[in-house]
Design a protein around this ligand. Structure first.
Ligand code: AGP
Length: 609
């Protein structure tokens, strides 16, 4: 949510900043801007409401300067306008600031400054900080670092910031409290970014700042300290991802690429974890031994959006395979309802990015109350991974598209493994354990098989692309899959889609069914198959088009379209059934000519409330 880039070194900053912003654009894309060191002690600013490409057009190609900061925005305070775009400057135009996050007490600080005569050029919370930094410098702060420290003291809320002082362009100051920031260490040059995606082209050596940390960066290196000036002496680590992970290759967009990567992503998630001998799995990263696993009396999954739906699927698997009560809750609600935290409950924080503020806050609430929480996270070294300390790494690889696909699949696969592990230290038989191990092993090949049938799914999507509302129907095991299918369609096509339990239709929503309201019905070959057939009969009797997703044969003439998937196992079939729904949403949205990777109003990782 908002992307920050910075550069200081021997090269021209502007092209590097623009290229870094392009890499981070998935984090926010309603406006973009940059500031580079200029003459007469004032940074030169360019900013536009629009995409990075619009900024590129607006930037003077002759703009030179070896130090700069840049930003791509997802609006929180104030509309997406040129004036509200970052960087922001103080009234004297000396200090430029880019900011990711929200200053929660910005209004009162702004009122205070206005009373003292300050005039503001934007509606943003960020501009307040530029005034405070300039005031601290005027009051005699010994360095930019000192001024930033002083200015941040009265500020409440979450931030990742980068600050450029036009009078001292040989250094940049950055600070982090709740929003990610990473330094890239080069040879006589340094990079700053809110995500390694913007760094890996230039360096593999990165320093991840912690909350409450500040760094002063110059071309030769960096110095880290806490916000209250205690040195932290952070050392660089090697980033495990490379430039190719962020390239489209043959694909038209990242969502399509990431859907196609799922067989490999699932293979990575399973690698080294399946234990044929004992018909179980090894999940060493959780830090839970057999005794710990046996002491767990309840499992609760916490996540937001698709990560929450994956948690629902995980809860079903834990109940089914391990017979332990389990549920999922939106992480965004958890801390606000003063939750009862039990010592024998295993809490699982689920997040692709590992940065989602609501999920992080749920983890902090659990840590505060002494709950046992592990992460199910894709972002290595992310805030949630670090706050949990232990967990299940998802191994999906970098995910760029706002609509999550491979990470959600790997969440489900990881939860199937966790459920198996919990089951096998209890009463799940060796034979059933073996059956699930085999089913897990079959997933990558079966996903490949579904991907090979893409054209048929695309054709179905095109056929219904004029629908303005759709139902996604599933029950019990397939309920989370139905929710995720509806979420994918809404998110990237802007068409209203709603998930419903099959048996609930007749209690109200059936009134909405007519020939303009298609229903995607998930009908796996399980003990509820006959009930799903009845639900389809009810829809058909009211003229509603039916798109069935199934792994078995349906009565002739019942449905308008059938999408077939291979049979895996009743427990894991919902994972397979979700893959055609991703492709359905993708082709539906493509037919409507939507901006697939950057749907309107959204951003990839939500680091604000
Ligand atoms: C998924 O397609 C969505 N973009 C969104 O619901 C996402 O899953 C949610 O914001 C949570 O993100 P996280 O997994 O990075 O925590």
């Amino acid at each position: 949510m908002c992307g920050i880039v910075g550069y200081i070194g021997f090269r021209e900053a502007t092209p590097l900043l623009l290229e870094g912003l392009r890499r981070l654009e998935y984090r926010g894309y309603d406006s973009a801007g940059l500031a580079v060191s200029g003459r007469r002690g004032k940074p030169r600013i360019a900013k536009v409401a629009g995409r990075v490409a619009d900024l590129r057009d607006a930037v003077d190609p002759a703009r030179t300067g070896g130090t700069g900061i840049a930003h791509t925005r997802w609006a929180t305070h104030g509309e997406a306008t040129d004036a509200n775009a970052h960087p922001h400057t103080d009234p004297g135009g000396r200090i430029a600031v880019v900011h990711n996050g929200i200053f929660e007490n910005a209004e009162s600080l702004r009122a205070q400054l206005t009373a003292e005569g300050a005039v503001f050029a934007s509606e943003t919370d960020t501009e307040v900080l530029t005034h405070l930094i300039a005031a601290a410098l005027e009051a005699g702060a010994s360095s930019l670092e000192d001024a930033v420290r002083t200015a941040l003291r009265p500020v409440e809320g979450a931030y990742g910031i980068a600050v450029l002082d036009g009078q001292r362009p040989d250094e940049l100051v950055v600070a982090r409290q709740g929003s990610p920031l990473v330094l890239g260490v080069g040879e006589k040059e340094m990079f700053i970014a809110s995500d390694v995606a913007a760094l890996v082209r230039h360096t593999q050596r990165a320093v991840f700042l912690d909350d409450g940390e500040l760094a002063t960066v110059n071309a030769e290196g960096y110095r880290t300290s806490t916000l209250d000036a205690r040195p932290t002496d952070k050392q660089p680590v090697t980033v495990g991802v490379v430039e190719e992970d962020y390239q489209l290759g043959e694909f038209p967009d990242f969502m399509r690429k990431e859907i196609a990567e799922q067989p490999d992503a699932v293979t990575r998630a399973l690698r080294g974890r399946l234990d044929e001998r004992f018909a179980t799995v090894r999940l060493d990263g959780t830090g839970l031994d057999a005794r710990d696993l046996r002491s767990i009396r309840r499992v609760k999954f916490l996540g937001c959006g698709s990560a929450y739906y994956a948690g629902e699927l995980g809860a079903n698997l834990v109940e089914e395979l391990a017979r332990i009560p389990a549920d999922a809750e939106p992480a965004s609600e958890f801390r606000y309802r003063n939750p009862v935290v039990e010592s024998d409950t295993l809490y699982i924080a689920v997040s692709q990015s590992g940065e989602t503020l609501d999920t992080l806050a749920a983890v902090e609430e659990l840590n505060r109350k002494g709950g046992r929480v592990i992460g199910a996270v894709n972002g290595v070294g992310s805030a949630i991974a670090r706050a949990c300390g232990a967990g299940l790494l998802l191994h999906a690889g970098p995910e760029i598209s706002v609509a999550s696909t491979k990470a959600v699949t790997n969440m489900s696969v990881s939860f199937a493994m966790l459920a198996l592990l919990l089951g096998r230290v209890r009463d799940l038989s060796t034979a059933n354990g073996q059956r699930i191990v085999t089913a897990l092993r079959s997933l990558p090949g079966q996903i490949e098989e579904i991907l090979r049938a893409e054209e048929q799914i695309a054709e179905a999507a095109r056929r219904y692309a004029d629908a303005r509302n759709m139902f996604f129907i599933g029950r019990t095991r397939c309920w989370p899959t139905a929710r995720e299918g509806a979420q994918k369609l809404k998110e990237i096509s802007y068409v209203h889609a709603e998930a419903y339990h099959a048996a609930e239709l007749k209690h109200g929503p059936l009134a909405l069914i007519d020939e303009s309201m298609p229903s995607v019905v998930l009908a796996p070959d399980d003990e509820l198959f006959a009930k799903n057939i009845s639900a389809m009969e009810q829809i058909k009797a009211r003229g509603g088009p039916i798109i069935a997703v199934t792994n078995t044969t349906l009565p002739h003439g019942l449905t308008d379209t059938v999408i077939r998937v291979p049979h895996n196992s009743p427990e894991l079939d919902p994972i397979l059934l979700s893959v055609p729904l991703q492709l359905f949403a993708y082709h539906f949205a493509s037919t409507l000519d939507r901006d697939i990777d950057k749907p309107r109003n959204l951003a990839k990782s939500v680091t604000v409330e």
